[in-house]
Design a protein around this ligand. Structure first.
Ligand SMILES: Cc1cc2nc3c(=O)[nH]c(=O)nc-3n(C[C@H](O)[C@H](O)[C@H](O)COP(=O)(O)O)c2cc1C
Ligand SMILES: Cc1ncc(COP(=O)(O)O)c(CN)c1O
Length: 216
């Protein structure tokens, strides 16, 4: 047990690899994609899981885990309830921070950027690809609202009955869809022995990316 008298003892050293100047492409996209595919190839559980942090109108931050469902030349896409806490906060302030932690590879990617809804067509296409029970869940659940177990069960039962009888078609509800996070800044962190990690930060700079090594 690492927790003793309120202190947590664990001092693993990080030694899975290195990241050097010669490994850095001109834009962060290619490096992100290769790290993500290495995380998949490594057989990690939920390698596309990321923490997204938002802030409310008082500047109070909050974080939660979501699944990245797209990574392309625009940025990173994820799906959620637009009326959830994160959805309401993004509507007030689109600045978000994303964090991927692939602990088995001693790697972290942190991204800062702005979130905007993807097109209705893009959200429809992803919604239609989801498992039917996931579609029912995200249609029936008023994510982030206070709810009783009975009320949630009643909502799921009513929607399921409507879908089974053919009265309700399971199309994407207006309250659910995707966000695209367009990065302004991306940091790649590779853990190294003795806490002397390799860190490189990409920042947008006049149409290209400026790269700096950061002290660990
Ligand atoms: C591995 C994992 C993946 C998740 N993926 C999503 C997701 O893609 N979209 C989503 O809305 N919630 C997802 N959740 C649930 C969220 O963490 C969170 O509970 C929910 O979005 C409500 O957050 P909010 O009240 O801060 O808006 C996931 C949770 C975990 C642990
Ligand atoms: C509440 C919630 N919404 C959405 C998702 C993502 O679902 P999908 O894999 O269908 O994109 C998850 C995944 N854990 C979730 O927990």
């Amino acid at each position: 047990m690492a927790l003793e008298n309120g202190k947590i003892y664990d001092q693993r050293d990080y030694d899975s690899g290195t990241l050097g100047e010669s490994d850095l492409p001109a834009s962060p996209r290619a490096l992100f994609e290769s790290w993500l595919s290495e995380a998949f190839d490594h057989g990690l559980r939920d390698p596309n899981a990321m923490v997204i942090s938002t802030v409310d109108d008082r500047g109070i931050p909050s974080s939660r885990v979501v699944l990245a469902r797209g990574a392309d030349e625009r940025g990173i896409v994820f799906y959620t309830n637009y009326e959830s806490r994160k959805g309401r906060e993004i509507a007030q302030n689109p600045r978000v921070s994303l964090l991927f932690h692939w602990r088995e590879l001693d790697r972290v990617v942190r991204i800062e950027g702005r979130a905007a809804r993807v097109s209705e067509e893009e959200s429809d296409a992803y919604f239609d690809s989801r498992h039917p029970l996931s579609r029912i869940g995200s249609t029936a659940s008023p994510q982030s609202s206070v709810i009783t177990k009975d009320e949630l069960a009643a909502r799921i039962t009513a929607l399921t009955a409507g879908v089974e009888s053919g009265e309700i078609e399971l199309t994407r509800p207006a309250h659910w869809g995707g966000y695209l996070v367009v990065p302004d800044e991306v940091e790649f962190w590779q853990g190294r022995p003795s806490r002397l990690h390799d860190r490189f930060r990409y920042r947008r700079d006049a149409g290209s990316w400026r790269i700096d090594r950061l002290a660990p």
